[in-house]
Design a protein around this ligand. Structure first.
Ligand code: ZN
Length: 328
């Protein structure tokens, strides 16, 4: 079990900014390939069980939502890859939440030039996120990929689960590589004691738009048999990049069956979305929470107040009269 939980081949799927050609031609997936054109692919998140209910999986195709995030934040290719991988993981981890009101936050903090990023998700697989230095640019890494790990540097991953209790649950682990997927694989093993394989990928085209994005989270249930664990490790050892499958015409559903077999059962289909939950009334509440004194000093300044949402880049402006109305 440890081999799976500690990453090994499984944790190395944070790649996918380049298509290295396809080693998958001989896979059984060839027969179940739907050969859809990517224009027809909608963002989709699948959850289900495999290997006689010994394995649970989450798989997501997230091109649209990652491209939306890229446009909102004007991210550089490295930042697009880092944010896109984390948004994809966030959508899947959001789907793990038990209650509709649960909120999950992934916080990466590193000493590299990107400094870190934050993604928040809910049980409906709605995500939002931001990168601390969205314009970060670095040379490609040793294998010719976007150097997400180098941009992140050393640091920590914090997973915050707000399930409506007085204090949220916070799990924290050291970053393994800063490549996101490996860091999450390690988080699940070390903090949640669940042997997990995380694969994430963002493929950009020549103009640096998002061509494909997606990923999977595969978890062994406590009673998984030794042979199931070995089988899964062998399968995952052959996976180098999630986006190579998409580039080869495999849909997210095809990917599930290629990885987990034709008898993997899809139990739920969701539509992951980039969605910010800010609103004028929330911003009003935040202003009121500053207190009467602070508001009165803003009114005395005689200038409208502008507030900015970093997650969706929306501006909220309050005139002096509107501020006065908040004090009443
Ligand atoms: Zn917003």
């Amino acid at each position: 079990m440890t081999a799976l939980s500690q990453g090994g081949a499984c944790g190395t799927h944070g790649v996918g900014t380049e298509n290295d050609g396809s080693p998958y031609g001989e896979q059984p997936g060839e027969k179940i390939r739907t050969k859809m054109m990517k224009e027809e692919w909608k963002d989709e998140l699948l959850t289900g069980m495999a290997a006689g209910n010994e394995v649970r999986f989450f798989a997501a195709y997230t091109r649209e939502l990652v491209e939306e995030a890229r446009q909102i934040h004007g991210t550089s290719p490295i930042a697009t890859a880092a944010l896109g991988r984390t948004l994809t993981a966030g959508a899947m981890m959001g789907a793990m939440c038990k209650n509709d009101s649960d909120v999950l936050t992934l916080q990466f903090a590193g000493d590299g030039p990107m400094k870190g990023l934050t993604v928040t998700a809910n049980a409906a697989a709605e995500v939002k996120g931001l990168v601390r230095e969205p314009g970060v640019i670095l040379p490609a890494n040793a294998v010719g990929h976007l150097n997400v790990g180098g941009a992140m540097g050393h640091g920590v991953l914090r997973v915050i689960k707000d399930i409506g209790l007085k204090d949220p649950y916070v799990g924290q682990t050291e970053l393994v590589s800063g490549e996101i997927a490996e860091d999450l694989t390690y988080y699940f093993a070390a903090s949640e004691q669940i042997p997990t394989s995380v694969g994430l990928g963002v493929l950009l085209n020549k103009e640096n738009y998002v061509e494909h994005a997606g990923g999977f989270i595969i978890q062994l249930l406590p009673f998984a048999k030794e042979q199931t664990i070995r089988w899964l490790e062998e399968v995952l050892a052959g996976v180098h990049s999630v986006t190579e499958y998409f580039a080869d015409g495999y849909s997210i559903e095809d990917l599930v069956h290629v990885l987990l077999g034709a008898d993997a059962v899809i139990e739920r289909r969701m539509e992951p979305k980039y969605k910010c939950d800010c609103s004028r009334s929330r911003v009003e509440k935040a202003l009121i929470s500053l207190g009467r004194k602070e508001l009165e000093s803003m009114i005395l300044d005689g200038e409208p107040v502008k507030l900015h949402c970093d997650f969706c880049n929306k501006d909220y402006e309050f005139s002096v009269d509107e501020l006065k109305a908040l004090v009443k």
